[in-house]
Structures are given as C-alpha cells and as structure tokens.
Design a protein around this ligand. Structure first.
Ligand code: TLP
Length: 343
C-alpha cells in the first residue's frame, strides 16, 4: 500500500534535479564565508526578496531565533501573533536563547489589528521594554492563511514609528506570494528581517535563509555560530536550495488548488468541521472528535495526517501529492470519520 503523507510540506524529499545539483555542488568552508554555492544562494534570494544580504540556516526555527536574538537585548519583549510558530513551536527558544518574553496579540485568521499591536508596545519604566514586532505569513495555525499586504505594511510602519524592528517568519512566504499573485519582494517589503524556508513547499531537504541589511546579517552571523549553526561544506545543501528557488515557487498554486479541492470534499463529510474561508494556501485544518484516534485510523489505511490538538487535524499539500492522492485521501477519511464507523 503506497502512503499519502499529508502531515506537512516538510516531509517532501529532494527532486532528481536537486539531487544532481547536490552531487555536483562546488563547496568550501562556509564558516570562513568561502562556500561559493552557499554564497550564491544567499545573494540570489536576498536579491529576489529585496534585501542587501542573506544567511543560510540549518532550519526555520534557527533562522527565527537568530533573528530575534540579533534584533533585541535580553529582557526585551517580543510582540507576536497568537499561535505564532516562534512562540508555540520553538520550545521557548526565545526565552532560553534570547532571554526574551513573548507578548501575544489576538490574530483571528492570522491577521492582527494594528491597534492591538500599538497597545502592546511598552514604554513604561516598570515594564519589560518592547524589542521587536513579529508577524508570520502564511500563518500556520490560523490555517495557512495569508496576511494581506496592507496589514503587513501597516504593522511594519507602526513598528518603525515606535522605533522597533519588524521580523517576518516567512517560512511559507512563497505560498503567500503565490496566493496574493505578487512577487516575493512584495511579501517581504517593509520588514527588517525575513526568514524563508527552503525545506517546506519548496521541497529542498534542508535549510532556510535569513534576510536583512548587511549590518543585521553581520550580527546574525555571530548568533548562528553561537547556536552551533556554523556549517562547513554546506554547499551540498544550498545547491538543492538554489534548484528549489528556480523550480518550485511557480508550481505552488497547484498545491493550493489541491488543498482547496481536498477542503471542499471534506466539508461535505458528516462529522468533520472545516472553515473553508481559512483554506487559502496549502493547508487544511479540520475539526473532528478524538483527532488522535482519527489520525491513527487514517494512517492504518495509508493516509498520514497531522494531529494538531485533541479535536484538530491538519492536512498539507505539497509537490509529492497529486490529484489521485487527493481522491484517495478523501475516500479514506470519509470511511474513517466517527459518523461512518457507527453507521
Ligand atoms: N512548522 C512545522 C511544525 O513545527 C509545526 C510544520 O510542520 O508546519 N515557521 C513556521 C510558520 C513553521 O510552520 C515552521 C515549521 C517553522 C517556522 C520552523 O521550521 P523548521 O522546522 O525548519 O525549524
């Protein structure tokens, strides 16, 4: 039985073109800044996204946490949206590594209100000073939702008016760009730093790139080394990233269309609740009674989905999920709902 893996877009394996590029990559010691392939990846993504410089990172979490530490001082507060990956899924790294505390603002659908961010900025001498404003686009736990450009512009403007830097967790910024029908530079515009993952919808096996000014990336370099992220002949990884940048962004709309088809199919199944308005990119969040048991039953039938809470599952489309897989996943999930089991 072949397995359809919808747990995440992180499960993707490198394409043949990526594997070839990895085998042939020209490499050097990246701690000395001498890996030509890493250097090419960093400058190529920086140029596309409208930044002076980039820094190759082992993961999205490392990239975010390096950015947070490089922007702030210990004892600062970081304003982030509720459910933000930097808070929910990075093992309190902002506290452990950066000495930072989060201040979360409401963000229905992943979209914060500018007034809530303004109200969260601390100016009093009795409170931890605000050090950074962070957004996430697409917003994972809100459903892979897209932050409209006018919101990210308003948030970055507010941060700058308050004298604060703004960071974007753009793990899936290319999905946001595809959904908005704009270039990646538009999604990144206004931010002082952006972290973009190569190993999610773009399909590379490893890596993220942190983008920013030359001066900021210089500081980030130090934190990357401090966190054990000084890789040596990392060009073998960066080579796959370069192929990902060249070949994958233009096909993300296919993943989005399949996620929509999947969501519409699931919406008609009794026992499953789904907010179709939140299905904007490659993710589908579904409410179902006893999610872990549902996940286990689907897995036993060869359809792997993610358990995101007691009553929540997540399905993510990616380049290794085709139309037939969507049809089979729908069939399996329909048969495994609590309602059909008792019918
Ligand atoms: N997210 C993973 C899990 O950690 C939940 C996933 O499967 O979606 N920012 C965002 C918005 C993310 O969704 C992720 C990964 C990261 C950062 C971290 O990337 P990695 O896994 O490379 O550290």
């Amino acid at each position: 039985m072949s397995v359809i893996d919808l747990r995440s877009d992180t499960v993707t394996t490198p394409t043949d073109a990526m594997r070839r590029a990895m085998a042939e990559a020209e490499v050097g010691d990246d701690v000395y800044g001498e890996d030509p392939t890493v250097n090419r990846l960093q400058s190529s993504l920086a140029e596309r996204a409208g930044f002076e410089a980039g820094l190759f990172m082992a993961s999205g979490s490392m990239s975010n946490q390096v950015a947070l530490a490089a922007h702030t001082e210990r004892g600062h507060e970081v304003i982030a949206t509720e459910g933000a990956h930097i808070y929910e899924y990075e093992l309190a790294a902002m506290a452990v590594i950066g000495g930072l505390v989060p201040r979360l603002v409401p963000a229905p659908g992943g979209i914060p209100r500018v007034e809530d961010i303004r109200a969260a900025v601390h100016r009093s001498p009795h409170q931890a000073p605000t050090g950074l404003v962070a957004l996430e686009n697409t917003h994972n736990v809100a459903g892979g939702t897209v932050v409209p450009l006018e919101i990210s512009r308003a948030v970055t403007r507010l941060a700058h008016d308050e004298g604060l830097p703004a960071h974007l967790d753009g793990a899936r910024a290319f999905n946001a760009a595809a959904a908005l029908g704009v270039g990646i530079d538009q999604v990144c515009a206004g931010f002082d730093s952006v972290s973009i993952c190569l190993s999610k919808g773009l399909g590379a096996p490893v890596g993220s790139v942190l983008l920013g000014s030359r001066e900021f990336i210089g500081r980030a370099h130090r934190y990357r080394k401090l966190m054990g992220g000084g890789l040596r002949q990392a060009g073998v990884l960066a080579a796959a990233g370069l192929v990902a940048l060249d070949t994958m962004p233009q096909r993300l709309h296919e993943d989005h269309a399949r996620a929509r088809r999947l969501a519409e199919g699931l919406a008609g199944i009794p026992g499953l609740e789904i907010d179709l308005d939140r299905v904007q990119t490659n993710m589908v969040y579904v409410e179902v009674a006893d999610a872990p048991a549902f996940v286990a039953r689907c897995a036993a039938q060869g359809v792997r989905i993610g358990s995101m809470g007691p009553d929540t599952v997540r399905l993510v489309t990616h380049h290794q999920v085709g139309d037939d897989d969507i049809a089979r996943a729908l069939e399996v999930m329909r048969a495994q709902t609590p309602a059909s089991l008792t019918a």
